[in-house]
Write a new protein. Structure first.
Length: 460
């Protein structure tokens, strides 16, 4: 058969081409001959459509890949992908091999590390049977996932991505290798933004007597035994299990040694939320003695909610650990999360009306003064319970941060209603004003207010 011949125009075109253009044309021709299902190609993104990304493969060949596989692609990006199909619709590309193309190019997938898709068919004693197209492969149990699943049969029927580890008579694949690589990238990103107090969703990797190890975005952290549950010293093995998803809060970060300390105690379930609503000062409740010390007894009022009955309030009571007792809430310290208790009916019962108490002013408003009492309770001194001279307001007498002495008027739920003594309180207040060189309104004596007296003097 006669050999094809180039016409004169074609020869002139070749002669006028630079060395670079000629090399490019030859490479393009070579690329075109290699574009077949299963082959790996490299190209440059030319445009990004709504559903597909278009790639220039050279030699006037253009491939397309689903945008879901390259969500961040931009024109000019260079990518490497596998050819899935070549037909009248063009060249279909993918970042992974699947189906028949995967089965035909297992050796290439092993060498390049490109993921392949396989469907988990069944589970046996050693691992899982995976179907890659019509080819059978084996995935060891330890390689099906980097995080243990509560139900090992949950993978059956799922189509997953794997890395080919071995080919030949027995094809061995791993999903964990891919996950480890991805977790390493995510962990690096997470270390840059993780902070104390943040809440994250994690997966329990291992449970031991002293706590549980939880994977959080590729970082493994420890939940100490005390942070497993609000119920106190709970046994971790009865609360958590490997593969369980948990919400955790970051307590401590050791960036140098790449360690996290976490808490699995939910803030929403914090038993302290019931303090001030279900547990009120002055009220009596049933509890269980959980610990005895020389300075007092710890009594559990509810799971995770424990108060202290100080030795000075026990008055000879001989409690034992595990004993059910009745106690009265004597005081609350919200800031330090402490509950002060006393045996019900003991001399340490709540103060009767008119008992003198001391505290620190926390806020001064038009209608009253808020006071934090020395025992942690909140007191309220209504403006009606203050003997103010005519023309003066509470802010003239009381200042935030100052100490105050008052008498118990009544218990109003979690609040202690207060009143002040008109004699001593009045003298103390006037003395403080004189020492600070502030105007002192006159006491009630029928001669008018300080403003009225000043007005009369000016008129003269």
């Amino acid at each position: 058969a006669p050999q094809p011949r180039l016409d004169g125009d074609a020869l002139l075109a070749l002669a006028s081409m630079s060395r670079e253009d000629l090399d490019s044309a030859m490479k393009g021709a070579l690329v075109a001959t290699r574009i077949e299902p299963g082959s790996r190609v490299t190209g440059r993104v030319t445009r990004v459509g709504r559903d597909d990304v278009f790639v220039d493969l050279g030699g006037k060949s253009e491939g397309q890949i689903e945008r879901s596989e390259l969500p961040d692609a931009a024109p000019g990006d260079e990518i490497s992908a596998f050819v899935l199909d070549v037909d009248e619709n063009g060249i279909q590309l993918s970042m992974k091999l699947s189906g028949g193309a995967a089965a035909e190019h297992l050796e290439q997938a092993k060498l390049t590390g490109v993921p392949i898709e396989g469907k988990v068919a069944s589970r046996n004693a050693g691992g899982y049977e995976v179907r890659i197209g019509s080819t059978r492969a084996f995935c060891p149990s330890s390689h099906i996932s980097r995080l243990r699943e509560v139900d090992p049969d949950a993978y059956i029927g799922q189509t997953l991505q794997f890395r080919v580890l071995e080919t030949g008579d027995k094809i061995v694949v791993s999903r964990r290798v891919l996950q480890d690589a991805e977790a390493e990238i995510k962990a690096g990103e997470l270390w840059g933004r993780i902070d104390v107090g943040q809440e994250h969703r994690g997966v329990v990797r291992n449970v031991l007597n002293f706590g549980a190890f939880v994977d959080v975005g590729g970082i493994e952290g420890l939940v100490p035994r005390r942070e497993i549950s609000w119920a106190g010293n709970a046994d971790p093995t009865t609360v958590l299990r490997p593969g369980q998803a948990v919400e955790v809060r970051v307590l401590e970060i050791d960036r140098e040694n790449r360690k996290l300390t976490l808490s699995a105690r939910s803030l929403e379930d914090d038993p302290w939320h019931s303090v001030g609503t279900e547990f009120l000062p002055g009220s009596t409740y049933k509890g269980k003695v959980v610990k005895l010390e020389t300075f007092g007894a710890f009594v559990e009022l509810a799971p995770g909610l424990t108060g202290l009955a100080h030795a000075s309030r026990l008055h000879g009571a001989t409690w034992t650990v595990g004993e059910d007792v009745e106690v009265t809430v004597m005081g609350l310290d919200n800031e330090r999360r402490r509950i002060e208790l006393a045996p019900a009916g003991s001399p340490g019962a709540p103060e009767p009306a008119a008992t003198e108490v001391r505290g620190t002013i926390t806020d001064v408003m038009a209608n009253g003064v808020s006071v934090r009492l020395e025992d942690g309770r909140t007191g309220w001194l209504s403006a009606r319970e203050v003997d103010l001279p005519s023309g003066t307001v509470l802010a003239q007498r009381y200042r935030q941060g100052r100490s105050i002495t008052a008498r118990v008027l009544a218990m109003n739920g979690a609040r202690v209603d207060l009143t002040v003594r008109s004699d001593d309180e009045e003298k103390n207040w006037r003395s403080e004003l004189r020492q600070s060189n502030q105007p002192v309104p006159p006491a009630k004596s029928g001669f008018g207010t300080f403003g009225e007296l000043l007005g009369k003097a000016l008129k003269k």
